[in-house]
Design a binder for this molecule. Structure first.
Ligand SMILES: [Zn+2]
Length: 300
């Protein structure tokens, strides 16, 4: 089964992760722009970060047969830093129109400060103007209230709910999201947030419509194989293949396809791998034999 991991921070993962993900059936990923574990002190580092997501990271994924897309935004945490926030906002219109950008994100609340709200609203407005989907991060602390306030802001700004994906849901927040027209993401983590067994129970209860799962793997304790592992758990629990495929393929393709940035025919074909290629003169190889495989049409 082809799988999409629609939320993973590959910039902090290794080539061994890319290999394991491709072997497990992951053919496409979305890398949301987020914070990097420590506060940034210059707007210029955001610019280079966005360029890395669009350039080197996209190239690196391609070298392992994985298609890489990204979302661009000022993240909720750094919305609180007046040294960088206004300057990052100025960068966004230019970056959001680049090839491979499938949404405005991650935006939302972290601590639910007035500054976070201001930049969250401004970026929802930007998504609405540019007719791009929006990816909303929900806070780890006080998640229910953060989700309620996020959904209220979506209504207030008037962005189409079918263009909004609310992420990191739990048993408590999923019914709130499904009661709107928004889509619902779930981050399957090794110890917190959501795990495979709880996700199986949610799918058994709510079905597969507008439901997505992701690994949200980053530089912290996380697992880039959580999408295939959850597929295994859903299959073992007797969830229909059509529902599983909808969750890990058709739903992310339908949601992010609203950006006009996903070429469905290209996504359906097995990607060509050519490790002889270079990105600005650089290769992922360290002297070993380059792997080269031709693209194959589906079913051939
Ligand atoms: Zn994230």
């Amino acid at each position: 089964m082809r799988m999409f991991d629609p939320h993973i921070h590959m910039i902090s993962r290794t080539t061994a992760d890319y290999e394991a993900m491709a072997a497990a059936g992951i053919v496409a990923v979305i890398e949301p722009a987020f914070w990097v574990g420590q506060p940034r002190t210059h707007v210029g580092t955001f610019e280079d970060y966005f360029n890395t997501l669009l350039g080197w990271e996209r190239f690196r994924a391609s070298q392992f047969g994985i298609r890489h897309f990204c979302t661009i935004a000022l993240n909720p945490k750094e919305a609180n830093n007046p040294k960088v926030a206004p300057g990052v906002m100025d960068l966004l219109p230019r970056f959001l129109q680049k090839d491979g950008v499938v949404a405005v994100g991650e935006i939302g609340y972290d601590d639910m400060t007035p500054e976070e709200e201001r930049y969250f609203a401004a970026q929802l407005e930007l998504a609405k103007q540019l007719e791009l989907p929006a990816l909303i991060h929900t806070p780890h602390r006080d998640k229910k209230r953060g989700t309620e306030r996020s959904l209220a802001l979506v209504r207030e700004i008037g962005i189409a709910e079918e263009r909004v994906l609310v992420d990191h849901n739990t048993e408590e927040t999923l019914p709130l999201v499904l009661a709107t027209g928004c889509w619902a993401g779930h981050s399957i983590y090794p110890h917190t947030k959501m795990d495979e067994a709880r996700m199986v129970a949610l799918v058994q209860r709510y079905g597969s419509e507008r439901i997505l799962i992701n690994s949200a793997a980053d530089w912290g304790v996380s697992d880039p194989l959580k999408v295939p592992k959850t597929v295994d758990a859903m299959r073992a629990a007797g969830i229909a293949e059509a529902d599983i495929e909808r969750i890990v393929w058709h739903n992310p393709v339908a949601f992010f396809g609203q950006s006009g940035q996903l070429d469905l025919e290209e996504l359906a074909a097995e990607p060509a791998i050519d490790q002889r290629q270079l990105h600005e003169g650089n290769s992922v190889l360290r002297g070993q034999q380059a792997k080269v495989t031709a693209a194959r049409e589906p079913g051939r």
